[in-house]
Design a protein around this ligand. Structure first.
Ligand code: ADP
Ligand code: MG
Length: 349
């Protein structure tokens, strides 16, 4: 649907590898003082002075992580950057640089890669990161895109998964489940489109959740917000795989347990109505859906008043002694062990 617009198509072999790299990267400029050398030599050169450097990387594979029949390439470029920046923000750090590597088959015209790089450029501008390199190669199958993000932080501010203590409050930014429900809507429309290629889906009622899936926004605001509130998170992780899996990571790595309260899980009204329509339990979607790219963190109980009522943050539970395990306390006040398994195995509990 997306890649095959009948516009001008410039085949990649017309440019060659170096021409392509030059073309794709020509409009990127360097903003950070720490970027001594970006694209154009055998390696980039960075100088983080007295700050700690953070590095994280993610690989996205067509057919596994994205489906180009409903993922516009511009959004894919944006999302590929966001999933990496989210990992930097989850360390309570500032993102500064990215590298982007692509493997691409010649079924893509240059114009398609231009769209991909438009999304990457938009992400760089919005999140103030410099593109400083990458690699470009051909692929015989689908599109692969690998992004590496770098960031900086003062040593004292870096927040690991390991610092949660019993009685700490468990806090999440934003709301959950939207990206998963957006995917359900897109998958459904794809099936409809297969049967009737002339159908025009009306995605307007689902715009929030579809956008959560196609154009997630990494939370670069939370670190600053916590600073303003005078709160130092004790542990932190980003929500890429679903709330339950991330809670278990915090519990395991901090050697604590957790009580999560079902009624406290933040859900957008659009998520609730989509769950009703698809006959899926909204709590399960928040627990197992994933791809929300919100931040999950713990704070000392004394910070309750500072966090309470903040529209960006929800207190959803508290940590306990490790021996108590990790549990969901349902609206009906039953205690269910949290498992990191997929949807179906969780449902059969
Ligand atoms: P090398 O031969 O050392 O792999 P390349 O010719 O692949 O170098 O790359 C030349 C320059 O362009 C390097 O600075 C590299 O980091 C950068 N580069 C290559 N591909 C990309 C890409 N897809 N996005 C951004 N920069 C890239
Ligand atoms: Mg190379």
């Amino acid at each position: 649907m997306i890649e095959d617009k009948n516009q001008d198509r410039t085949t990649l072999d017309k440019l060659g590898e170096f021409g392509l790299i030059e073309h794709l990267t020509q409009h990127f400029s360097l903003q950070h003082k720490s970027s001594e050398k970006g694209i154009g030599d055998d390696a980039a050169v960075l100088d983080f002075k007295n700050k700690k450097t953070l590095v994280t990387t993610d690989l996205l594979v067509e057919g596994v992580h994205f489906d180009l029949s409903y993922m516009p390439l511009k959004h894919l470029g944006y999302k590929a950057v966001m999933v990496n920046l989210s990992d930097v923000y989850a360390m309570n750090a500032t993102a500064t640089h990215i590298t982007v590597s692509i493997a691409v088959s010649n079924r893509f015209p240059l114009e398609a890669l231009d769209e991909l790089y438009e999304g990457i450029a938009f992400a760089c501008t919005k999140h103030k990161v410099d593109l400083i390199g990458g690699d470009t190669t051909s692929s015989t199958t689908g599109l692969l895109i690998s992004v590496t993000a770098l960031g900086e932080a003062n040593s004292a501010n870096i927040t690991y998964r390991t610092g949660a203590k019993p009685n700490d409050l468990l806090v999440v930014s934003g709301d959950l489940g939207g990206a998963y429900m957006g995917l359900q809507v897109l998958e459904r429309e794809k099936e409809v489109f297969k049967v009737n290629p002339n159908s025009q889906p009306d995605l307007e009622p689902y715009s929030y959740i579809v956008e959560r899936q196609l154009k997630p926004e990494a939370r670069n605001d939370i670190s600053g917000l916590l600073k303003v509130l005078g709160v130092s998170p004790t542990s932190m992780i980003d929500i890429s795989d679903g709330l339950s899996s991330e809670i278990l990571h915090l519990c395991k790595q901090s050697e604590v347990g957790c009580n999560l309260f079902e009624e406290k899980i933040p859900l957008d009204p659009t998520v609730i109505s989509a769950c009703e329509e698809f006959k899926i339990d909204s709590t399960m979607v928040a627990l197992s859906g994933g791809e929300d790219y919100e931040l999950l963190f713990t704070v000392d109980q004394k910070d309750f008043e500072k966090i309470k009522g903040n529209p960006n943050l929800s207190i959803i539970g508290h940590m306990t002694d490790a021996s108590e395990g990790a549990h969901l306390i349902t609206r009906g006040n039953t205690k269910i062990p949290i498992t990191a398994q997929g949807w179906n195995s969780f449902k059969s509990e």
